[in-house]
Design a protein around this ligand. Structure first.
Ligand SMILES: Cc1cc2nc3c(=O)[nH]c(=O)nc-3n(C[C@H](O)[C@H](O)[C@H](O)COP(=O)(O)OP(=O)(O)OC[C@H]3O[C@@H](n4cnc5c(N)ncnc54)[C@H](O)[C@@H]3O)c2cc1C
Length: 399
């Protein structure tokens, strides 16, 4: 939609072909129905970072926000630079896009999956069911496979691989973590602030930890901070054949360190970082409280029940580095974004033009770019759409 509006803004005649019954379904599901549409903080793209940075230099977050403000959207900025519609409704983001598409009289055909793109003498021919559409330029923005029915089944990648583009293998990113049942037994439904660190088989920390709200489920651990670690956990499994262990530090819940939401730096890597202060904290409580009341009023009841009977040193260890051996990462159906996709190196990062097929452009999650939680994925989709639309139109309309 941003590609269509940006191309139309340059004077191009645009046709939008949408496989689903309506456009923008992922926008409605995003940010728990609030749509975290961008992030004004430093860009964070664990996948395709260099390519994404280049695109965002052409279209920085200020330009994405100007684009939306120009369509009438009021936005607010929250913790960690996250940008949301001021009214708190994801529908507002979709409404302003659809409203502008209608005002510009851009034709949108829903329930029209693209089945094939073929080069012709004059440009590209797009096949949809029984029909064909000839175009001077095509912008492929079919998204990824994450999000179950909200994503595609992989067929959209074939549109570009049939034209010679490469598909980097896809896997879930930003997905909940699965754990040994015994590690999370009795804790399902518990939501609490924690610092989450992944460690390999020798106990070595794998990358920087994340702090945020963790949610225990019957299959493992969810919540933004857990989902942020899915990509790294998958990489470790690929590299060593074994899933890493997740260590949960509950210090933020006890006021032993500031509560913060997001990625922590290297200084926080050691999962035992709060063992000493935790022990001192517990010893202090043990002076005034009987042993069986030590955990009361301090941790949620489900966790207290689980830790019952542990000695004070054991408790200090459990509360500062609660071990959760992982058994996997939930599949693409449960993921918010797809890692992998159409290889970025085959596209010019300044224009998003294919280096292999004249007239072809690509934008959004379809490319091998995945961002951290916090609005980075939609921001890249919007920004790359703006750049691709503008560049495609300029190429077509150049005298
Ligand atoms: C539950 C959930 C919550 C999320 N929350 C956030 C968030 O708050 N912030 C954030 O930044 N990101 C979030 N994301 C990720 C974000 O939604 C995506 O990265 C983003 O929507 C990608 O935009 P896109 O335009 O590339 O693809 P999409 O939004 O997936 O759009 C692609 C469109 O192409 C259509 N299509 C597919 N194949 C074809 C075909 N063959 N022919 C024609 N049309 C086709 C699809 O039907 C779809 O409408 C979330 C994702 C999920 C699943």
């Amino acid at each position: 939609m941003t590609a269509a509006l940006s191309a139309s803004g340059q004077g191009a005649r645009v046709l939008v072909l949408e496989a689903a019954g309506r456009v923008g379904r992922k926008i409605l599901a995003s940010g728990n129905g609030r749509c975290n549409l961008a992030n004004v903080g430093p860009a964070s793209y664990p996948g395709g970072g260099a390519f994404a940075q280049n695109v965002l230099r052409q279209c920085p977050v200020s330009r994405v926000l100007d684009f939306f403000h120009g369509l009438g959207l009021v936005t607010v900025e929250e913790d960690g630079g996250r940008v949301y519609p001021g009214c708190g409704q994801a529908a507002a983001v979709l409404d302003v896009l659809r409203g502008a598409i209608e005002r510009r009289a851009i034709e949108v055909l829903c329930d029209t999956p693209v089945q094939r793109i073929q080069p012709t003498k004059w440009g590209l021919r797009v096949q949809t069911g029984g029909k064909t559409h000839d175009a001077s330029a095509v912008i492929a923005a079919c998204g990824g496979m994450a999000g179950g029915k909200l994503g595609h089944d992989g067929g959209a990648y074939q549109l570009l691989t049939d034209l010679g583009h490469t598909l980097t293998p896809v896997k879930p990113a930003l997905s909940p973590l699965m754990a040994e049942k015994s590690a999370v037994r009795g804790l399902s439904g518990l939501r609490l602030p924690a610092i989450l660190t992944l460690c390999g088989q020798k106990g070595q920390p794998l990358g920087n930890p994340f702090q945020g709200e963790a949610l225990f489920t019957d299959y493992g651990v969810s919540g933004v901070c857990a989902m942020e670690l899915a990509r790294r956990a998958g990489e470790e499994k690929e590299k060593t054949g074994a899933w890493p262990t997740l260590y949960m530090d509950f210090s933020p819940m006890l006021g032993l360190c500031p509560r913060y939401y997001g990625a922590l730096d290297e200084a926080w890597r050691d999962p035992g970082r709060h063992l000493k202060p935790m022990r001192a904290f517990l010893e202090d409580r043990a002076h005034t409280l009987p042993k069986d009341a030590l955990l009361q009023g301090m941790v949620p009841r489900l966790l207290a029940e689980r830790l019952k009977g542990q000695s004070l040193p054991e408790l200090a260890r459990s509360l500062s580095a609660f071990p959760v051996p992982l058994t996997g990462v939930r599949g693409l159906e449960y993921a918010q974004v797809t890692a992998g996709g159409i290889a970025c190196r085959e596209f010019d990062p300044d224009t998003l033009r294919s280096q292999l097929v004249p007239g072809l452009y690509a934008a959004g999650e379809m490319l091998d770019v995945d961002g951290a939680c916090g609005g980075f994925n939609l921001q890249f989709a919007f920004a790359s759409g703006i750049v691709a639309g503008e560049q495609a139109a300029r190429t077509i309309l150049r005298p």
